[in-house]
Design a protein around this ligand. Structure first.
Ligand code: EPU
Length: 417
């Protein structure tokens, strides 16, 4: 079993360079199927989620070449066959093969995706979108069969501004006949990144980043060169770590606007930040003010930073609160923070944190990806040594986490026990 062993209390100084965004890359890799020739995607993080998607592409017959941080995909040799359940279940984003294969071949057979157990995570809105475009959806146990004689543009209203449904509908609609409008579309930066990628391939998408996206279907898409945006959640995670134990810690290669919901809360807590055009510098503080956060769709406070942020709130004086509105099961890390010495109570989708409390190292578990990031942040700021188990979750989303933290002075080791 792999574990992370972290001895806390070290000040972190120097520079952490942020990798390409996981949640963009995991859509761009399946989206490459839509092209008729070579696609080069650069700044793709080397994490197990991107590996799993490349493996699915290879299984389908695409030629996939990894050269340092770039991936070159030639989809010409793809055979549209069923993706095995074991591969689909490795991660959530395997669902993007549905939109991409449907868009190109008008038929897809795939199993329900996997991913972190942070809620029920239905895909009804994705399927409703495919149906609106003219597809029929049937299921055989856990397997979905989506089929269309032809895909026709439609007006689609999303009941919830879902990231996955917005991207999946874009993927299916780019080669549909006529115009598709997605209303109440998600506005996350990853959606804009995927739309730019498709437009580089020859698609006609406008409005990405607003709540109305318009897609004019095209006959074919060509290969292109595209760069993944910096990972705003990785940037936010290291910024939070800097606010806990940073001594002039520079978080480099970021788009500051993408993490404004976080940086404005940090300022409210009394943390001084120096924000440049593509970096920020953060220091730990002697005292932190309590704050309340509520997770919301972009540009609100991201649910994916709520768990690491809860660690910082254990340092704040008085009562802070977190209201989670996106995922019904995103407080699984709290019992472990309490085991380390925090004073947090959870009632449904709300947590109340009384502080300041001191954290002490012990054995904890990464129950999901961002819970794992929270455990790393807690361990770095705790007294003594923490052992984190179930770290495969962390390796799914944070590129070179051990090296990045070691380089700025952390005592962190990946061990096989
Ligand atoms: N929802 C439905 N039906 C659907 C789709 C979504 O009810 O068909 C609900 C979900 O249950 C949830 C809400 O809508 O309550 C929002 O879900 P969304 O579809 O936006 O989430 P997602 O696309 O499955 C992506 C990220 C998540 C991130 C959320 C919200 C990827 C691969 N995952 O998930 O990232 O939390 O958007 O921003 O892009 C992570 O990186 O740790 C992570 C979980």
């Amino acid at each position: 079993m792999k574990v992370l062993e972290i001895t806390g209390g070290k000040e972190l100084s120097g520079t952490i360079r942020i990798s390409g965004a996981k949640n963009s890359s995991v859509a761009l890799i399946p989206a490459a199927i839509l092209a008729d020739d070579d696609v080069t995607i650069c700044n793709v993080p080397e994490i197990t989620d991107t590996d799993a998607l490349s493996d699915i592409l290879s299984y389908l017959g695409a030629e996939v070449r990894r050269a340092s941080e770039s991936i070159v995909i030639n989809p010409e040799t793809i055979e549209n066959k069923e993706i095995p359940e074991e591969q689909a279940k490795k991660l959530r984003a395997s669902y993007y093969f549905m939109g991409a294969l449907l868009g190109k071949y008008k038929h897809v057979e795939m199993y329900f995706p996997g991913g972190c157990s942070i809620g029920q995570r239905p895909i009804n809105l994705h399927l409703k979108g495919f149906e609106a475009l003219g597809a029929t959806v049937s299921n055989d146990g856990n397997k979905y069969i989506v089929d269309a004689k032809e895909l026709k543009g439609a007006n689609i209203y999303l009941d919830i501004a879902s990231v996955g449904a917005t991207i999946n509908i874009m993927l299916a609609a780019v080669r549909a006949k006529g115009k598709t409008t997605i209303d109440n579309a998600a506005k996350e930066p990853e959606i804009v990144n995927v739309a730019t990628f498709l437009n580089n391939m020859g698609a006609k998408i406008s409005g990405a980043g607003t709540s109305e996206i318009i897609i004019e279907g095209v006959e074919s898409l060509k290969g292109c060169f595209h760069e993944v945006i910096p990972d705003r959640i990785e940037a936010g995670t290291y910024t939070i770590i800097g606010a806990l134990v940073g001594n002039y810690l520079k978080i480099d290669n970021i788009i500051p606007e993408h993490i404004e919901a976080l940086t404005s809360k940090l300022t409210e807590m009394g943390i001084e930040l120096e924000i440049g055009s593509d970096y920020l510098i953060v220091n730990k503080s002697d005292s932190y003010k309590s704050v309340n956060i509520k997770t919301l769709v972009y540009p609100g406070f991201p649910t994916d930073l709520q768990q690491p942020f809860s660690v910082l709130l254990t340092r704040a004086k008085g009562k802070s609160s977190i209201t989670e509105t996106i995922w019904e099961n995103r407080f699984m890390h709290i019992p472990y923070l309490n085991k380390m010495g925090a004073n947090i109570t959870v009632d449904g989708m709300k947590a109340e944190i009384m502080g300041p409390t001191k954290l002490t190292g012990c054995e904890v578990e990464a129950t999901d990806l961002r819970a794992g990031a929270a455990m790393v942040a807690a361990a770095l700021s705790a007294e003594g040594t923490t052992t984190i188990t179930n770290i495969n979750h962390i390796l799914r989303g944070y590129e070179n986490i051990v090296e990045k933290l070691t380089d700025v002075g952390a005592k962190i080791e990946l061990k096989e026990i």
